[in-house]
Design a protein around this ligand. Structure first.
Ligand SMILES: [Zn+2]
Ligand SMILES: [Zn+2]
Length: 143
């Protein structure tokens, strides 16, 4: 089977992983939210030894706590992956960086007690298929 590929927005970081992933995890903790810049982050686990970076010149690593390191593209800011100190052999990749569709395996959510308060409200809001029908000057509504 073909390996799975992923990348950051500017393509400075590109990775390949095996055709199968293991556990998928959605984390709602405040550290992941700030690291990702989104209301939660979805990760999947890959054995360290199976990860191949095709390009990583802009990959930087930040120790966000005693327990975790987070790697991101220093050019475009995209959060790529994280590693827990207690899991020496596992990298958790940010699922939003995948370039191909991958089946979700064994999904689980953690830190649901910290769930972003606007998540449910936004999930129930109406949407448009692209930006064309959306308000052009949003700040006008505040004037
Ligand atoms: Zn980048
Ligand atoms: Zn988290």
């Amino acid at each position: 089977m073909e390996p799975i590929s992923g990348s950051c927005l500017c393509k400075g970081v590109q990775y390949c992983i095996p055709s199968k992933t293991s556990q998928w995890l959605r984390c709602h903790c405040s550290m992941c939210r700030k690291a990702i810049g989104a209301e939660h982050c979805t990760y999947f686990a890959v054995p360290v030894a199976k990860v191949e970076f095709k390009s990583k010149d802009t990959l930087k690593t930040f120790r966000s706590s005693e327990d975790a390191e987070r790697s991101f593209c220093s050019n475009c800011g995209c959060s790529i992956c994280m590693k827990y100190g207690v899991e020496k052999n596992t990298i958790w990749f940010n699922a939003a960086t995948l370039d191909v569709k991958v089946p979700v395996v064994d999904p689980h959510q953690i830190f649901t007690k910290d769930k972003f308060e606007y998540l449910d409200v936004m999930a129930q809001s109406h949407g448009t298929p692209d930006i064309s029908a959306w308000v052009v000057d949003s700040a006008k509504s505040l004037a």
